[in-house]
Ligand binder design. Structure first.
Ligand code: ATP
Length: 234
């Protein structure tokens, strides 16, 4: 479904990503794990069209989406939940969800998908008229995910969904991610919390200073000495 080949991204003279290749197949949950500054966020932003690569290709459903406008990328079926959530403060929960549907014209379909979001995240329905800025961190994460789902993505990019959340909330968010995947959305997940990410992933890639150093099934990576030592304190 997604094929990234030899991707290189620079910020000025800084090379953030070097020659990175990986793929995400339809129906999978795939994780990119790695320490602070490894380049995980840069990869997601480049897939979404927010960063321009200096080299490489990004194929989504057999079409090269490298350097096309972010809006067109959303329209093609990729939705991005950025690090730190970025809900719109000053807008209510409902208005935030409506922003996720801004490219859709089928009002009835949008209504139906909003109802599905409320089923999945009942707390959002309880707070539907509340300013998004007043939600807790976990609730904002749910809102950001709900907003992305309303755009009907085929591929959902999630950047550090566990960040800043209490362990109980992390479990909840990750079980919702699994549920979203089982309902047909393919997921590319970026996480510093390697354990929770790999536990729900079909496959994973380990990034170190802009390069992929290891890859394998979630299970295999969880057991590998390298990952145990570097990321799991084992
Ligand atoms: P984190 O989990 O801390 O966000 P990350 O793995 O997502 O880390 P990136 O944010 O992609 O890493 O950063 C990769 C490298 O690119 C880092 O060295 C970072 O300092 C650099 N970088 C990121 N954004 C910019 C920017 N806008 N300008 C210059 N350098 C940047």
């Amino acid at each position: 479904m997604l094929e990234v080949n030899n991707l290189t991204v620079h910020y000025g003279v800084i090379e953030a990503i070097r020659d990175v290749s990986f793929e995400v197949r339809q129906g999978e949950i795939v994780s990119l794990i790695g320490a602070n500054g490894a380049g995980k966020t840069t990869i997601l932003q480049t897939i979404s069209g927010l960063n321009k690569p200096s080299n490489g290709s990004i194929y989504f459903k057999q079409k090269n989406i490298r350097s096309i406008a972010p809006k067109k990328i959303v329209k093609s079926g990729i939705s991005h939940v950025p690090e730190g959530r970025h809900v719109f403060s000053g807008l209510t929960v409902k208005e935030n969800l409506e922003m996720g549907a801004f490219l859709r014209k089928d009002k009835e379909g949008v209504k139906k998908d909003m109802a599905t979001v409320f089923e999945r995240f009942p707390v959002l329905e309880e707070r539907v008229a509340q300013d998004a800025a007043t939600l807790s961190g976990g609730e904002q994460q749910m809102l950001a995910m709900g907003r992305a789902l309303v755009s009907q993505p085929k591929l959902l990019l999630l950047d550090e969904p566990s960040m800043g959340l209490a362990p109980l909330f992390i479990r909840e968010i990750f079980s919702i991610i699994e549920d979203i995947n089982q309902n047909g959305t393919t997921i590319l997940l970026v996480e510093q919390n390697a354990k929770v990410a790999l536990e729900i992933s079909n496959r994973g890639y380990v990034l170190e200073t802009g390069k992929i150093v290891t890859s394998g099934t979630g299970e295999k990576l969880l057991e590998s000495d390298e990952v145990q030592k570097a990321y799991l304190g084992g």
